[in-house]
Write a protein that binds this ligand. Structure first.
Ligand SMILES: [Zn+2]
Length: 277
């Protein structure tokens, strides 16, 4: 079966050691060269969407940038299906941000955009961003927003300055209502607000969800039940690699005993249709 992994961070840059510790992952097990990173996906018949956002908790250079992930996709098209572009949400230069979004959006390798409201410190339903959402909705490319708990700053004093409230799924409900043509992907099951997230995804046709950050059996029970049934056309397989291992994640879906048809939708067909891959 072909696989699309919609949620992949390059393991070659921007690694957060605290996040690794949280996932009990060993840094030495990761592909750290571009070539081995690409092979990791291509050898498993999987194509990844690469996320260009760089976590605020990682100060070491070099950074993950749009330019960097675009170069990876160009170089390894057998492993990487495209890029989810990133924008600076803290700058007061709203016009500049919109121009940058348009410029990135024109690039056929940019399949959508990724935002991390808790880490970038903004509310998606803040009216200050509505002209940006209008521009991005017109482009027709999906926007992915981190929802719920984040491993960034987890267990640290003050959570390293990161607020979870920005990642509440209900904020996306407002955006989905105000921009009905915009396709929105809520990244992760939204824990501890998984019920809120399921409510939003069920109610708004233009909101989807990815399964990333968990092996299948670790997903909240209600979430799992819903994506097996009513939401099987709106759930997208994602790992959150390198935090979650692709091989282990795929094995966990094999053990789940999903109907073949539902499994094919979640691991491949839903993402292909949504991101037009
Ligand atoms: Zn992620």
């Amino acid at each position: 079966m072909q696989i699309i992994d919609v949620h992949v961070h390059p393991s070659t840059r921007g690694l957060d050691p605290d996040a690794y510790a949280y996932f009990r992952r060993e840094l030495k097990d990761l592909p750290t060269t571009e070539e081995t990173f690409a092979q990791y996906f291509s050898s498993r018949q999987a194509k990844a969407l690469l996320i260009a956002w760089h976590p605020s908790t990682v100060n070491e250079e070099p950074r993950v940038t749009n330019k960097y992930v675009l170069a990876l996709v160009k170089k390894y098209p057998e492993a990487f299906a495209g890029v989810l572009g990133s924008l600076d949400m803290s700058s007061d230069n709203s016009d500049g941000r919109i121009r940058r979004a348009e410029e990135l959006g024109k690039n056929p390798l940019v399949k959508g955009f990724k935002f991390h409201p808790p880490d970038q410190g903004f509310y998606p339903n803040d009216k200050k961003y509505y002209s940006l959402w209008e521009t991005l909705a017109a482009l027709g490319k999906p926007l992915m927003f981190h929802t719920g708990f984040t491993v960034l700053g987890a267990g640290a004093e003050g959570g390293k300055g990161i607020g979870l409230d920005y990642g509440r799924p209900i904020h996306l409900d407002t955006v989905a209502r105000d921009f009905p043509r915009m396709k929105i992907v809520a990244a992760h099951p939204g824990w501890p607000w998984q019920e809120e997230l399921l409510g939003v995804v069920t109610h708004k046709k233009n909101v989807y969800v990815d399964t990333s950050g968990y092996l299948a059996e670790q997903l909240p029970e209600l979430f799992l039940k819903t994506i097996r049934g009513r939401l099987q056309d709106k759930a997208l397989f994602g790992t959150d690699f390198p935090y979650v291992d692709l091989g282990k994640a795929l094995e966990s879906y094999d053990r789940l005993g999903l109907k073949e048809n539902a499994k094919e939708k979640i691991l491949f067909a839903n993402a292909r249709a949504l991101f037009e891959l």
